[in-house]
Structure formats: C-alpha cells, structure tokens
Design a protein around this ligand. Structure first.
Ligand SMILES: Nc1ncnc2c1ncn2[C@@H]1O[C@H](COP(=O)(O)OP(=O)(O)OP(=O)(O)O)[C@@H](O)[C@H]1O
Length: 803
C-alpha cells in the first residue's frame, strides 16, 4: 500500500495531487513571507524509492520549497511563508499554510511487517486529521521536496562547506522542541529501537552547532578527513583527535588491518567510526544511483547490548551533521528479530551482539549475503568478545562471512571451515583497552593452538579473523598503563558483613554526580538496589537477567534523562544533593565500553575477578580527560589478593618507568581508612534499611515459593489446605533451609511491623549524623568543608582520593 502511494507520488507532480483548496496558498509566493530560522522551514523528507519503502526518507535527504536565501552581511537568512500544516506520513502534502502551529500527538507508525497503513489504522487516522484545517499540524516533515532544497542550498550558498547542511539529523523535523520531545517520547514507548537511543545527545549537538565555526580544527589536518566530516566533528566540539584516533585513522584510511589498544575512555569508537563513515561517504558519492551504494559498509561486533546501542548512537551523533547519513542499525537481543531483519536489509552500518546476529544470519541467506560485502569488520572490546561465551558465535559469524570466497553458487556452504578465505576483501579492525601485544606479534606465527586456555583461544580466534595482512598494524597508544590518567584508586578494608555499611559510607562521603557500583552477582544487584533506595539514594539496577527495556530504562534514569523513581520529597540539603546524584548498581554487564558522562565514582562492592575486569570497571569513570575515583571494598581475606591484582595492572608501568618505588606506590591503589567512628554513626540506618529490604525480598520469594508449593500439592493430589501435605511437599533439609527459615520468618512479619520500621528509618534519615567533629554533621553538612577542617582525623589517607 505504501509502495503504491509512493509510486503515485513519483508519477504525479505534487501540485497535481494537491487538493485545489490548498493550491492558492502555494501561489502566494511573496505574501506573508518573513525571515525565519533554518529549523522553522518546511523541510520535507525526500521521496523514498520504492525498494526502500520502509526507509525513513531518502538517505536522510530533505528539501524545502518557497524559500529565498538572502545574504545579510556575513549572515545568511531564510525568507519563507509562515509555518505550514504537514502530513504525518508525507503522502498528502497540501501546500503551505500561514496558520500558526499547534502541538499534536505524534502519529503512530504502521506495523513494520507491512510498512503500510491499514484502513482505519492510526496512520490513516492521523492523515485524516491532517486534512482538517483545524488540526494545524506541524510536526512530521512532508516528503517530496528535498532534493530541491539541497540543490537550492548548493546553488545559493556562497560557503557550501559551512552551510551544506548545518542541521543535525534530529533537526530535520521542524517540530518545536517541546513537541518534538513529546513525539520522541511517544515513539520511544512504542518502538524499542528508538527507546534504545538512550545515549543520543541531540540537544547538545544542536547547541554546539551554533558556534562551531569558531573552533580551530587544524589538529585534524594530518588525518585528511573530508570537509563534511570535519564539520561534523566541529559540531561535536571535538577540536583534535585523541591519540588512538590520530594514530589509527590514517592507517585504516590507507586500508590497513589494525589492532588498536588504548586506555578506557580514550575515543576508540571514533577511531574506527570516522574511517567507516568516510568510506561510506566516498562510496555513496561514487555510486551512480543511491541504491547502488546500499550494501552494508561495516559490521561492528560488541559484547553487550548496551555497548552496541551506544556505538550506534555515537555514530549517529557523528553523522548528524552530514548532508546524507548512513543507515545505522543495531542488532541485539531483547528487541524484535523481525524488525532487525528488515532493518538489516537496508543497513549501511550494522552494530551487533554476536548471539543475535548469528540468529538473524542463520534465519535467511539475504542478510548473510549482504554482510559478505562489508568493507570493514570491527571487533570492539575484543578480549571480552572473543572469550566470555561469545567465542563460538563469533567464530561461526566469521566463518560464514568468509565462505564468500570459497563458496560456489551451488547454494551449499563449504564445510571446510578451516579454509580461511584467502585475501579477504574486507578490513579487520580489533580494539580494546586490554590487549596483549604478544598476541598480535604471534598472529602471523605458525604455532599450534591449545584451545583449553583462554589466551590461546583468543589467539586462535584472532587468527580466524582472517586479516588481509600477515601482520596487521598494532597501535598501542598507552603502553605504560591501561588506566585513565586522571583516575584515583582506593581500597577500603572492612569486615565481610560490613560491605553494605561501607558502601553507604563511601556514597555519603564522596560528593558524586553519578556513582557506579559493581557486584559479581545478579542477586546482589537485586538486593543492593532496594537497600540503597530505602536509604533515600536514587539507585537503579542493571544486570543481564533484566528485560532489555528495563535495562535501557535504568541507564536512562542513571543518566538523569528521566525522573528518578524515588518518590521521597527531599527535606534536607543532603537529600536534595542526593536527589541530583544517581547510582547504578550493576554486574559486569556494565563494565565494558559504556560511555556515560560524568560518572565520578566507581565502587567495586565485590572485587573484580580479573585484572582486566578491574581496568574496564574503573574505566567507566575518568573518561575523556575527566577525573574520577575508583574504590575497592575488600573483606579481610580479599585484601591481599586484590592488592596483588591491582599491582598486576600497574606492573607494566613499574617495569617501563624509572620512578622511585615510593612514587610508583602513589600511582597505584591507596588504602583508605575511613574513620570508624563515623561509620558507626551510620550503622543504625544501614541495619534498619537492610532489615526492611531483606524482609521484603524474602516475603516476595516466600510468596512465590508458596505458589509453587500449592501447585505441587495440587499436582500430587493432596489437599493444599492440609498442613501435613504442605509439609510433605515443602520440607527438606540441607542447602537453602536457612534461607527458607528466613522466608517463613519474613512471611510472618506483618505489614504494620514493616511500616513501623520504615517510619523509624525515615526518622533516622531525617536526623543529622553527629560525626563527633565539632559542630559538624554528616547529612545537612558541607562535607567538603568538614574535610578541610579536619583532614586526617576524619578520613585519614583518603585525602588523595578527594573523598
Ligand atoms: N576527538 C575527541 N575529542 C573529544 N572527545 C572525544 C573525542 N573522541 C571521542 N570523544 C569522547 O570521548 C568519550 C569516550 O569515547 P569512547 O567511548 O569511544 O572511549 P573508548 O576508548 O571506547 O572507551 P572504553 O575502552 O571504555 O570502551 C566519548 O564521550 C566520546 O564522545
């Protein structure tokens, strides 16, 4: 249906299809015209070729009619008629209208399976509204007239470089910001793919564009990037390349395979993202017809869904300033497979987690065939991706991609998987913060591989990546340390059962904007999150057992993009401060690559399992030249092994420098002695909060258990009301019996008792905590001032950490 409509559009000139009533409006060429901003113009998405029926416009191109460009000194101004009503799907352009714009609800998209609006569907419905002159819609761009806009601009704009298309992608929509936000939120609700766009910083980009002309971009010159790309980078205010970008981009542009290692937060994503987008721009420019270029340019593999979406958003931000943008799609678990299949068919850049990609690739040949034509294969966070349970899928994906050169058109894939495709046409780029150079040096060797060891498995798989070159380029921008420069590391020793207390103490003492708490288990995330919430701290959970939507929502809330779920009204200065702070309690699913701005504190509630995990977890803070603190909470038995583990991270620094031992010690982790008196003041709050949360959780578990027992009793054919029968079903000794006893106890706790505890805790939280230092209190107190006045006495050696 949508195809037919588009045909109709393509075949019949727009003015012929317009209802006669609206025609005169378009003829009022000079009537009511006025100077307007570029964003207020009536941009319309360029008509979509039939084969891209489901596409969101024609490669992002837009056009506008009835606009005059007037030069006013150094400024270019746009003169146009007033705001026009717009069709929600672009099919029913009715000409400009001088009527003022009013907010309207975003139309729903048709079900993606058909790409067409069913009669009476929301799409159809909103179309009808559009024709109603009273609706005065404004939001969606009208298709049809976009190529003209570009031509118009190129023709009239005396400075094509700066003016080529000064609007970021998001600004193509002429909706007013408020309305846009509402429409976006609505779309996000109905479309998980859009909802996934939690990292987008369109607003920032829009602000940035205003003064990007003042930015000195000369430090990018050696990289010989296109003017379009430079203008996009200026918009992002990236005035110079980071070290990994400066060293990798020219090599990648020159066609080299590359293994890149750089500290966390040092800009690795754009180190491969910029050359990929440049390649797409060149390919698109060279293609005679737009659809000739529409073969995926790159496949980027990432270990987690969040990282895949983040890379996607990061690249979208980069492309937001381009006149035409590649279609970037992420293929991750938790979202609709069918939708991803359709998106893959039109994708230019694919970012995927291996499990879902393999599933989608296995489901049909078309996707596989399209991906075989990629020019770039990127393996991000390579060490994790190639180990942690992804090994098999990555191996299968690469084998499938490589069969292109050995497989004949008999429709059967070669079964000889060890026959790596010779001279693969694609470039392979492998990035991580933790990457062993020795591994790269062995890549061209003939060694036999022992797949029982992790390191050798990875080595084997790297071999399988089928680099074009015998020795891919190895770029290591930080051979001394993998840790970010401005990271301070601390270690707090406490009793095994006191971690909750010390966690709370650190969160109270360290004025943070965003704190990330790492645990080694999903159950701990489930317990700590409500525990911190009970203490009035805005904590959110993230672990792999959560639904994808909930995962994304947690990250959004952590970023402060949406309102905190905390309903408590702040009563004290401390509470107000805490409400601005957000805390994410996560498993290692958040350890890799996540680039959330302004995380200033990472707490390892459970010590990391490996030195690399320590590097990546700690790397969530102190990113992009910012500073941050990483604190390890260690039980008595963990302290020695953890210190050793951290020392391992710093060992290379020790070997590679001639600094004194004392200096080297100061660079590593510092032991933090939090004043025990202070901690003891916080204890009553923590004890009560633990009691409340653990009882609630045990009640929940107990209720589930009861349901299970009832079902089992029914299945056994015994009377569920019979206590003896329940005992028969539910009684067993041994593992879990202590927990069950707790659950029973919790089940017996009345609502009134729980309520009483809550009131008690509320009172405790409202009280100031006397720190025992002069008149000062924790809570309503300026902790920084307190530290200044009583450093040493208060927090001992933590001064160096800024606590
Ligand atoms: N040239 C640049 N100038 C300034 N900021 C930049 C530049 N390039 C990237 N950034 C910013 O630096 C931050 C970190 O980048 P990125 O996420 O790519 O780091 P990374 O090296 O991949 O980290 P990790 O190893 O943790 O995955 C991002 O917010 C990004 O926007």
């Amino acid at each position: 249906m949508a195809i037919d409509k588009k045909r109709k559009r393509a075949d019949a000139p727009v003015k012929d299809t317009k209802p006669p009533a609206t025609k005169p409006k378009r003829q009022k060429n000079n009537v009511g015209k006025r100077v307007t901003s570029v964003n207020s113009l009536q941009w319309k998405t360029v008509d979509v070729p039939e084969m891209f029926d489901d596409a969101e416009g024609f490669y992002g191109l837009e056009e506008v009619e009835g606009v005059e460009i007037v030069r006013d000194g150094d400024m270019v101004r746009f003169v146009a008629a007033g705001t026009a009503p717009e069709s929600d799907d672009g099919d029913d352009f009715e000409g400009f209208d001088d009527a003022p714009v009013e907010a309207e609800e975003s139309p729903e998209k048709p079900p993606p399976s058909t790409g067409a609006a069913a009669p009476g569907s929301a799409k159809e419905g909103s179309k009808t509204q559009k024709k109603d002159p009273k609706s005065k819609d404004k939001k969606e761009t009208k298709p049809n007239e976009k190529r003209e806009k570009k031509a118009l601009k190129e023709k009239k704009d005396p400075k094509p470089q700066e003016k080529k298309d000064p609007r970021p992608q998001e600004k193509k929509d002429p909706k007013p910001p408020k309305e846009k936000k509402a429409a976006k939120a609505q779309e996000a609700q109905s479309d998980p793919e859009l909802e996934a766009n939690v990292f987008a910083q369109a607003g920032d980009i829009a602000e940035a564009e205003a003064d990007n002309e003042d930015i000195d971009m000369s430090e990018w010159n050696p990289l010989e990037l296109s003017s379009q790309m430079l203008s996009s980078l200026a918009r992002l205010k990236f005035d110079k390349p980071t070290a990994i970008q400066a060293q990798s981009i020219p090599e990648i542009v020159n066609g080299r395979d590359l293994v890149g290692k750089a500290a966390t937060g040092s800009g690795k994503t754009l180190a491969f993202g910029i050359p990929i987008v440049e390649s797409w721009l060149a390919k698109t420019a060279a293609a005679k017809k737009a659809d000739e270029a529409r073969q995926p340019t790159a496949l980027i593999l990432a270990p987690t869904r969040e990282l895949a979406h983040q890379i996607s958003d990061h690249l979208k931000q980069l492309c937001a300033g381009l006149a035409a943008s590649p279609y970037i799609c992420s293929v991750t678990g938790g979202l609709s497979v069918h939708k991803q299949q359709r998106q893959l068919e039109k994708a230019d850049i694919v970012i995927a987690t291996p499990g879902r990609l393999w599933e989608v690739m296995s489901s049909g040949k078309s996707v596989l065939q399209a991906l075989r034509g990629i020019s770039f294969l990127v393996v991000d966070e390579a060490d994790r991706l190639l180990q942690d349970g992804h090994f098999k899928e990555v191996e299968e994906i690469i084998k499938a991609l490589d069969r292109i050169t050995t497989e004949e058109d008999d429709g059967e894939d070669s079964s000889d998987d060890d026959d790596a495709a010779p001279g693969s046409h694609r470039q392979t780029l492998v990035f991580s913060a933790t990457f062993n150079k020795a591994l790269q040096q062995k890549l061209a060797g003939k060694a036999r591989f022992n797949l029982s060891s992790d390191a050798e498995s990875m080595e084997y798989l790297l071999k399988k990546l089928n680099f074009r070159e015998a020795r891919p380029m190895f770029v290591d921008t930080n051979p001394i340390s993998q840790m970010a420069e401005n990271l301070k590391e601390g270690l707090i020793q406490c009793g095994d059962l006191e971690k909750d207390l010390y966690l709370y103490a650190v969160l109270m003492l360290q004025p943070t904007h965003r704190a990330l708490v790492f645990t080694n288990s999903i159950n701990t995330v489930r317990r700590l999150t409500p525990f911190l919430q009970a203490l009035n701290l805005p904590a959110f959970a993230l672990h792999s057992d959560m639904e994808q939507k909930a995962r994304l929502r947690s990250i959004e809330r952590f970023k402060g993009d949406t309102k905190s779920s905390s309903t408590a009204t702040p009563t004290t200065q401390q509470q107000q401060q805490q409400q601005q702070q957000t805390i994410l309690v996560a498993t290692d699913v958040a350890a890799r690559g996540l680039d959330i701005p302004n995380i200033d504190l990472v707490i390892h509630y459970h010590v990391p399992r490996s030195a690399d995990d320590y590097v990546h977890r700690s790397g969530r803070t102190a990113r992009a030249h910012k500073s941050g603190v990483s604190v390890l909470l260690c039980g008595p038995k963990e302290a020695v092994s953890t210190t050793r583990l951290v020392a391992k991270v710093h060992a290379r620094a020790a070997a590679a420098t001639h600094l004194s031992r004392k200096k080297l010690r100061s660079l590593g982790v510092q032991t933090v002695d939090i004043d025990r008196r202070l901690v003891s003041h916080l204890r009553p709050r923590v004890v009560l909060a633990k009691k409340i949360t653990e009882t609630s959780l045990a009640k929940e578990r107990g209720a589930k258990e009861d349901d299970w027992m009832k079902t089992a009793a029914e299945e056994l054919g015994v009377d569920v009301e019979d206590a003896a029968a329940l005992a028969l079903v539910g009684s067993w000794k041994g593992r879990g019996s202590g927990r069950k006893a707790k659950e029973r106890e919790a089940m017996e706790t009345s609502k009134a008792e729980m309520q009483e505890w809550r009131w008690e805790l509320k009172e405790l939280l409202a009280k100031r905590v006397n720190t025992g230092v002069s008149e000062r209190y924790l809570g309503g107190v300026d902790v920084e001032g307190l530290l200044k006045g009583a450093a040493g006495e208060f927090l001992g050696v933590v001064e160096g950490l800024g606590l």
